[in-house]
Write a protein that binds this ligand. Structure first.
Ligand SMILES: Nc1ncnc2c1ncn2[C@@H]1O[C@H](COP(=O)(O)OP(=O)(O)OP(=O)(O)O)[C@@H](O)[C@H]1O
Length: 900
């Protein structure tokens, strides 16, 4: 670096530290003002007439402001940029992480999420056009300085500041204070001595960018994104995006930053603001209307801190696994699963069962499409049968009504069920009263028969109740009569045994009457047949009576199919599924598992039922005739679902979710926003059911826009090269390889290998030697993050125990992170089962028993190895109980036995 550059650097450092002080002081002034006059000091709007919701929103804004100012007192700025505008004028901006404050000294401070904040992501020499205050402004970036501010002993400093100027850099300045003083601080003299002894440059200014050792078990702070990530995170709120990229390219980082930006009303574009205001709901304001799905609980814990840096409160209600969300929806909201063991009729989830063929589980989209088509056909069939009945009974229901229904059915048969529902919605004012009067008449006639029997025998109802209790009824045999009465539309209530007996009597007589009228036989195993036989001729209504009741019931049956038809398209998904599966099993299609009970569902089947329910409900919600009448009681069933939708849905490690699960998640976005943001990597899929191809992703979210990112920020050059080779020999998608950022000095070391390792005690000896090496090489006064990965949950504790025997002697500890529930604390060596470590990052990773893994999971071995190996930033160790698996033999030359 030239003397001139050095002097310039000092001048800028001095300006920076003065500005840090000024920003922190200005922010403190605002905080003090708020304290004396109440937090509402920030609000200049008159709230008297704005209602409760508006004042709630404003107090939320003032709370955000307070947090923002407080953050500025801790971290005044994260960047300083200089840019040349189209008129040749130089502009200097300081950029803060989230908030801004006006400065008295003329310096300009913008937040990173603002339009000007984009300059922070550019490299020097890049040109950009920005829309500032409605005007297009063109800039060329001349200089970019990134800070890590620290306040120590009453003075501001910035550590590991990176600087890139027009004709110098990038450089890393260890400490701006030290640069200004020309030496490292006294307190750091020891570090300086160590650095000198290791032969590293003693100067506080280093050429290039340096790797930052991973010290904590949380997603690393990355306040400024690169240009490509930055572009993605600012895309409009109502986008559907899938970021694809190799491990460690900052996909999760980008996702969290995007959420932070899109939740901050001050940073939304005018279009986004008007969209958010249109859909804002006092019960679930925009700031809380989001959910993020992660495949494991561990990843959930790993990213939580990154959310709080974004000032986004992220409770368990916001970051979830799909299993949690699915359970809530299927059980509580949609009633697909039974809620208690006493309840009957609904499905029971058997999560560990597999009913579908493995090939269907791996590519379930065709199966789902077949189910969808079946459901539509079944709904159409119900209406067609209704029309056939009504055409014959036009003298009961009226010829005009039948003609209208004939026209509506022509539309439905043309494939447009939604248009048919719209027309039927308009016809309900005729259908419902007619149905009601027919039912009253037929109920009256059925009741007469009951009273007759009671007159003959006062114990009739008690005897009937006792008989009903002894009945073994076949639900399927009674399913035929589902439109006989509307009891199914009412919630099941607690009944006395007499009430139940009378209800079963009524239902059975109606069924018998309808089948008599239709001249059809009664299924032998049905309740109706059993009751008929029990009643005997003397207590059954006369044949003529049955015929006339039957005619009315048949007409009601026909009419009922046209009432609430749209609701049935949603509520009858489970019934369609049961029938679909019954027929497919008979036809030897799709299924081959043992289905113990017609009400049992495996996890993928539940996803399918859920998806079909959600998609049908959304299709209905999008219909103008529904949207117009959304508050009407007849559409209350949709409101329950609407209340469960989110302004934004985010998915991390999307490829571990099946296409059905991704489609369900996308179906949880508000219809107005459709804001869906997912990230993943097909090479890192470690579930059999996960999404395998881009086509599957497109099937799940039809308008998804895929954005690749390829700069690898996690791994050293050596490990990145090793990972790329691993991908090659394991047959991964080679287009998904990444490269390290320019100017990064992070060569690293080759992975190390132990063969013929023996039992855990022997492995532990080798691991502890390597851990000590890492500690020595890293030399940061504490242990960096270290993970030991084992092949199965039951190995976690024994491995941790074996390590602890040895680590104790050097004052270190290993912790068993069992069941993927805990991330461990402090600088312990963490032992995980490999299936839980998706998305995590460590400075060093040791993968124990990879030859056993190859035998245990021949299909997924390569993927587990790839995911495990790419968790490591710098140090990777592999151990084999016997020898390196044959698939990896060609990598032997890349492996060493130790690092020192
Ligand atoms: N623009 C950037 N500059 C420097 N470091 C970055 C940048 N973006 C991300 N990182 C760092 O890269 C590392 C990996 O980030 P992240 O976990 O978000 O990647 P990922 O693509 O989600 O990885 P994986 O596919 O393994 O889940 C983190 O330490 C993060 O801080």
């Amino acid at each position: 670096m030239t003397d001139q550059a050095n002097e310039y650097l000092k001048a800028v450092s001095s300006e920076t530290l003065a500005n840090f002080k000024a920003i922190a002081a200005a922010a403190q002034e605002r905080l003090d003002a708020a304290r004396t006059s109440g937090a509402d000091a920030f609000i200049h709007t008159n709230t008297f007439n704005s209602g409760v919701a508006a004042s709630k929103k404003l107090s939320a804004i003032s709370a955000t402001n307070v947090t923002g100012y407080r953050e500025l007192t801790r971290e005044p700025a994260i960047c300083r940029v200089q840019a040349l505008d189209e008129e040749g004028e130089r502009h200097t901006y300081y950029i803060a992480r989230k908030s801004t404050v006006a400065l008295h000294n003329g310096s300009k401070l913008a937040s990173y999420g603002s339009v000007v904040g984009r300059l922070a992501s550019l490299t020097v020499g890049t040109e950009i056009t920005l829309q500032i205050a409605g005007k297009s402004r063109h800039f060329e970036l001349l200089e970019n300085i990134k800070y890590q501010p620290r306040f120590k002993d009453g003075a501001w400093d910035s550590l590991n500041t990176t600087v890139q100027g027009e004709d110098f850099g990038p450089l890393t300045v260890e400490s701006l204070q030290a640069l200004l003083r020309g030496r490292l601080e006294e307190a750091d003299a020891e570090a300086l001595l160590d650095a000198l002894l290791q032969g590293s440059p003693s100067d506080t200014v280093l050429e290039g960018l340096r790797h930052e050792v991973r010290r904590s078990m949380a997603l690393r702070d990355q306040p400024i994104l690169d240009r490509f990530q930055d572009e993605i995170f600012r895309l409009p709120l109502d986008s559907q995006l899938l970021i694809l990229g190799p491990p460690g390219t900052g996909k999760t980082t980008t996702l969290i930053r995007r959420l932070g930006q899109k939740l901050d009303r001050a940073l939304l574009t005018p279009e986004e603001t008007s969209l958010v205001e249109r859909i804002d709901h006092p019960q679930q304001p925009h700031e809380q209307s989001w959910v993020m799905f992660t495949p494991t609980d561990l990843l959930k814990h790993f990213v939580k801190e990154a959310f709080s840096r974004e000032q986004v409160p992220a409770s368990d209600a916001r970051i979830k696994t799909w299993e949690t969300q699915r359970g809530e929806l299927a059980r509580n909201t949609l009633g697909i699963l039974q809620q208690s063991s006493s309840e009957t009729g609904r499905f029971v989830l058997k999560a560990s069962s597999h009913h579908l063929r493995p090939a269907v589980e791996q590519a379930p989209t065709q199966w789902f499409d077949a189910l969808h088509a079946f459901h539509k056909q079944r709904l159409l069939g119900q209406l067609q049968q209704g029309l056939t009945i009504l055409v014959q009974l036009h003298h009961v229901v009226g010829a005009d009504l039948v003609r209208s229904l004939v026209d509506i059915m022509a539309t439905a048969e043309g494939g447009d069920l939604m248009a048919a529902y719209r027309a039927l919605d308009g016809l309900e004012s005729q259908l419902i009263p007619l149905l009601k009067s027919l039912k009253e008449e037929s109920d009256q006639s059925v009741r007469k028969g009951l009273i007759r029997s009671l007159n003959q025998d006062r114990d009739f109802v008690d005897q009937l109740a006792a008989f009903i209790d002894s009945l073994q009824v076949d639900d399927e045999a009674d399913a035929d009569g589902e439109f006989d009465d509307d009891a199914g539309d009412e919630p099941e209530q607690q009944q006395t045994s007499s009430q139940k007996a009378v209800q079963v009597y009524n239902r059975s007589i109606r069924t018998l009457a309808r089948l008599t009228f239709l001249k059809r036989s009664v299924p032998k195993t049905s309740a109706a047949a059993k009751i008929r036989d029990w009643l005997g001729k003397s207590r059954l209504p006369l044949k003529d009576e049955l015929h006339s009741i039957g005619e009315s019931i048949a007409a009601q049956n026909g009419l009922r199919r046209f009432v609430n038809a749209s609701r049935r398209s949603v509520s009858e998904v489970p019934a369609s599924y049961r029938q679909f599966r019954r027929e497919a099993v008979k036809a030897n299609q799709w299924y081959d598992g043992q289905i113990q009970h017609p009400r049992h569902l495996d996890a993928m089947e539940l996803d399918a039922v859920l998806l079909l329910t959600l998609r049908t409900a959304r299709e209905l919600m999008a219909q103008p005739f529904v949207a117009r009448n959304r508050t009407e009681p007849r559409f209350a069933f949709l409101q329950t679902i609407r209340d469960r939708l989110y302004n934004q849905v985010l998915v991390d490690e999307a490829t571990d979710f099946s296409p059905l699960q991704l489609a369900c998640m996308a179906s949880l976005t508000r219809l107005e926003t459709n804001a869906f943001f997912a990230c993943g990597d097909f090479n890192q899929r470690i579930t059999q059911w996960g999404t395998r191809t881009h086509d599957q992703a497109l099937w799940a979210v039809s308008r998804i826009d895929t954005r690749p990112i390829t700069t690898v920020y996690r791994q050293s050059q050596r490990l990145n090269a090793f990972s790329a080779k691993l991908l090659e020999i394991l047959g991964g998608d080679l287009d998904c390889r990444g490269q390290l950022p320019e100017h990064l000095h992070h060569t690293g070391v080759s992975p190390s290998l132990l063969e013929d390792a023996g039992d855990f005690q022997d492995v532990a000896i080798w691991l502890v030697e390597r851990i000590q090496e890492v500690e020595k090489i890293v030399n940061i006064g504490e242990l960096p993050t270290i993970a030991v990965l084992v092949n199965a949950e039951e190995q976690v504790k024994p491995m941790a125990e074996s390590l602890n025997h040895l680590l104790e002697d050097i004052n270190l500890r290993a912790v068993a992170c069992a069941d993927g529930q805990s991330l461990g604390v402090g600088s312990d060596v963490r032992v995980f089962s490999v299936e839980h470590i998706k998305g995590l990052e460590f400075e060093a990773v040791f993968f124990v028993g990879i030859d056993d893994l190859a035998q245990q999971w021949p299909d997924l071995f390569g993927r587990f190895l790839y995911v495990g190996a790419t968790r490591a930033a710098t140090y990777l160790g592999l151990t084999c109980r016997a020898k390196l698996p044959p698939a990896l033999e060609s990598m032997r030359a890349e492996l060493v036995s130790a690092w020192s």
